[in-house]
Ligand binder design. Structure first.
Ligand code: ADP
Ligand code: MG
Length: 580
């Protein structure tokens, strides 16, 4: 006897709907996307009971004929796709022809629609995926869909829904994603009769400001790069405005919001060293790419896509964001309060003593070679010169070491407290990064070559990162099976244990599991800057402390260590007074 039964249509529909419609916000997304595809100019979303009681989406798009208004609820029925090849030419938000069928499987539906070709409109009512009523009605061109009593026939699903606050948050998120990617459309969102958003058709900047806050204007940095057929555009936020919580990060591919942790990483990575650990920058980036280079059909909710060459997209995003940060002078940001522009002072001082010329002052000049400027100047002069204009006495000028880790320094009526280790890491990172870019790595030959043997698997890693290790100044050769010989080490360091450092590279590479060359180099530079030392931190001399401070402020990024830890904090007089 056969035990296999074909499931009734209503059950099959509910199973399939589970993939598309997870919660009320999924319905909001699908209905808005349909209105966008129908070329609506105005889209209104009205929510009751966080969508659980009803979701209404009203549009003034092309509407549907009587025949289409019946067909649209059938699974796999769409006007957006004809044949398999079309899947790689998708320009619409929808294409799978399953959203309305899924909505009808989990909610009661009222559809009202009219095209401009017909005098009369059509109203359909559905329950449990079945048409229960059909009328002709007078209505405007466009479509209204009301989804009522969500999950009415699936109590288990209904019970899974979260509180109204949480569900409403999800709805707002979906609404914002659609509104950001279609600025030309007027959108409203109303919840329980109160209007949450009323967004007028505008450009991206205005839309961002009307969705978020007006104050965001100051933090937006535009990003606009073209790489052949692929473009990356939009806005990123200034590093100092990054937040501890996520939620203001958006990537769109051909105007479709996507979730992609790999590409998010590409952006976060560009901010590295500019923001603290565990803080997230604001970004809204639009990637435009030929439709045949991206597969949008890998998930029912269509928020995941697959690129033909994801690593290429990663690099493009990473470099566009970096470029924008540099272009807008955000990196490096030397940002004491406006009254004391430290950088200007540094430059002016050195200008006075005739070591540098005017083009160092040019602001666009991010590649200014600060380090050389500093290295050309006698270190013992520099700190004193820097603070001279502050009219401080000799004593006030002196930095003071506190324990092994901290250096205190007065600057005007501020007290700066430097974390010596973090500062050293930043200085080393940038110095050796620069060396490696210039392809001259200063190497100091070892008197006695060091031989180091590795396990076979670690030796494979060494081979992979040999170029990067050499680029920072190690002179290394492969020496027989699974061993290397270290003939020289980078110059300008306090005692280093080269074997330990190289082993730390292997550990970090294993831990981080990266495959891009630039990322490997970054990991190596970071690990190197942690292990190597410019000075031993016990009993720093005045010159050493001044040198650390000078060299830190000659860095591109003065604020944070390569790991995103603060290099120094400022205590204004008010803060200190409050302590008493
Ligand atoms: P898809 O969007 O993937 O085509 P849907 O189930 O979301 O599938 O919609 C099915 C079809 O119904 C669409 O292809 C479209 O022709 C029609 N349709 C849905 N919503 C609207 C609307 N708001 N205005 C006009 N036509 C619509
Ligand atoms: Mg659709």
């Amino acid at each position: 006897m056969s035990t296999i039964k074909q499931l009734p249509k209503s059950v099959a529909n509910q199973i399939a709907a589970g993939e598309v419609i997870q919660r009320p916000s999924s319905i909001v997304k699908e209905l808005i996307e349909n209105s966008i595809d129908a070329k609506a100019r105005n889209i209104k979303v009205i929510i009751q009971d966080a969508g659980k009681q009803s979701i209404t989406v009203v549009d003034d798009g092309v509407g549907m004929s009587q025949e289409d208004s019946r067909k649209c609820f059938m699974r796999h029925s769409t006007s957006k796709l004809n044949k398999a090849e079309d899947l790689f030419k998708i320009k619409t938000m929808g294409f799978r022809g399953e959203a309305l069928a899924s909505v009808a499987a989990v909610a009661e539906i009222i559809l009202r629609t009219k095209t401009n070709k017909e005098k009369i409109g059509h109203e359909l009512k559905l329950k449990d995926s079945n048409l229960v009523e059909q009328n002709q009605i007078n209505t405007q061109v466009g479509t209204t869909i009301i989804a009522k009593n969500l999950f009415f026939s699936i109590p288990a699903r209904r019970n899974f829904l979260k509180s109204n606050n949480v569900e409403l948050r999800h709805i707002i998120d979906e609404f914002i994603r659609c509104a950001l990617s279609h600025c030309e459309i007027n959108f409203t969102l109303t919840n329980e009769k109160s209007e949450i958003y009323n967004l007028k058709s505008s450009n991206l900047t205005k839309r961002i400001l009307s969705i978020f806050k007006k104050s965001y204007e100051k933090q937006l940095i535009s990003c606009d790069e073209k790489f052949g057929a692929i473009s990356v555009s939009g806005f990123i936020g200034k590093p100092e405005n990054s937040k501890k919580t996520r939620g203001e990060q958006f990537i769109f591919v051909n105007n479709r919001f996507i979730k992609n942790s790999y590409l998010n990483h590409a952006i976060i990575k560009s901010y590295e060293g500019l923001i603290e650990e565990k803080k997230y920058p604001f970004y809204i980036l639009f990637i435009k790419i030929n439709t045949d280079l991206v597969d949008v059909n890998i998930h029912p909710t269509k928020t995941e896509v697959k690129f033909e060459d994801e690593r290429l997209i990663y690099s493009l995003i990473n470099s566009s964001v970096k470029k924008s940060l540099e272009k807008f002078n955000v990196s490096p940001s030397i940002n004491f309060d406006a009254d004391i522009n430290f950088a200007e002072k540094v430059v002016t001082q050195y200008d006075k003593i005739g070591k540098i010329n005017n083009d160092v002052l040019s602001h666009s000049n991010k590649k200014r070679n600060w380090e050389e400027i500093f290295e050309n100047v006698k270190i013992e002069n520099s700190a004193r010169e820097l603070f001279e204009n502050q009219n401080l006495t000799e004593n006030e000028n002196k930095p003071v070491q506190f324990l092994d880790t901290f250096i205190f320094k007065q600057l005007g009526n501020k007290l700066l407290i430097f974390n010596h280790n973090n500062c050293q890491q930043r200085i080393l990172y940038e110095k050796y990064e620069k060396n490696s870019l210039n392809s001259y790595a200063n190497t100091q030959q070892n008197l006695f070559p060091q031989y180091v043997e590795f396990s076979s698997s670690d030796f494979e890693i060494i081979k992979e990162i040999l170029d990067e290790i050499r680029s920072i100044g190690f002179s290394i050769e492969i020496f027989g099976k699974n061993s290397i010989v270290i003939n020289g080490i980078p110059t300008g360091l306090d005692d280093i244990n080269e074997k330990e450092i190289i082993e730390s590279f292997i550990e970090e590479i294993k831990k981080n599991n990266v495959d891009l060359k630039s990322e490997k180099k970054d990991i190596i530079l970071k690990s190197f800057s942690k292990k190597a030392r410019i000075t031993n931190s016990k009993n720093l001399s005045l010159e050493e402390m001044n040198s650390i401070i000078d060299r830190l402020f000659a860095c591109k990024n003065t604020k944070y260590s390569p790991d995103g830890k603060q290099n120094y904090i400022e205590l204004g007089i008010e803060k200190v007074e409050k302590l008493f």
